[in-house]
Ligand binder design. Structure first.
Ligand SMILES: NC(=O)c1ccc[n+]([C@@H]2O[C@H](COP(=O)([O-])OP(=O)(O)OC[C@H]3O[C@@H](n4cnc5c(N)ncnc54)[C@H](OP(=O)(O)O)[C@@H]3O)[C@@H](O)[C@H]2O)c1
Length: 164
């Protein structure tokens, strides 16, 4: 089964959102360690005064990457970092990054989300719903797309809707 999965990804270009999060980190480590992908493009936003390159460099030092660091020391060469914030128009992508994604990406994993249970409905909607819509809109333009996988959770301080 595992070889079947890894064959699916052979020479593929995978786009991952939410790669700095709990699920995203595990996903990119596993794909890079087990699948012969050509590239993983990770969408990362600047945060708390750290730019995307600083954030990703810090991420590589975390324990989740210990195994791949020893088994595939060159794994970083397979990662393309793209600056993007789902809340911005057009996901904050430059035209060059957008064009590269449209031309090259074969697989999309959407892991970016806010999972704070005390998030305002407005903010949760902006990231989880509108952000997902933006990504799906981009995915529809991808010329070589094979699979889009959305990892989702519905959250929000929703009012109880009375029965009609
Ligand atoms: N954790 C689980 O066990 C689990 C199980 C099943 C499903 N899921 C689902 O998987 C998804 C991710 O969960 P998680 O546990 O990995 O959450 P997490 O650790 O909070 O990670 C969230 C990710 O989303 C990114 N993100 C948030 N807002 C963004 C924005 N405006 N623009 C770009 N990126 C943004 C975060 O980036 P920053 O680092 O920049 O904040 C981070 O990389 C959720 O939909 C969750 O419901 C999780």
């Amino acid at each position: 089964m595992e070889s079947c999965i890894s064959e699916t990804f052979r020479n593929g270009i995978v786009l991952v959102t939410g790669s700095t999060g709990f699920l995203g980190k595990i996903l990119i480590e596993k794909i890079l360690r087990s699948c012969p992908v050509k590239k993983i493009a990770i969408l990362v936003r600047s945060k708390k005064g750290f730019n995307v390159n600083q954030r990703v460099a810090d991420m590589y030092k975390q324990a989740v990457f210990d195994r791949i660091r020893s088994e595939k020391p060159g794994f970083i060469d397979f990662i393309k970092i793209i600056d993007s914030n789902l809340e911005d128009s057009f996901m904050g992508l430059t035209t060059a990054d957008r064009d590269w994604i449209v031309e090259n990406v074969n697989f999309v994993f959407h892991c970016a989300a806010t999972i704070k249970f005390n998030e305002t409905l407005e903010s949760a909607s902006k990231i989880n719903i509108q952000g997902t819509e933006k990504l799906l809109s981009l995915a529809t333009q991808m010329k070589n797309l094979k699979v889009t996988y959305l990892i989702l959770l519905c959250i929000g301080d929703l009012p109880v809707i009375p029965p009609i």
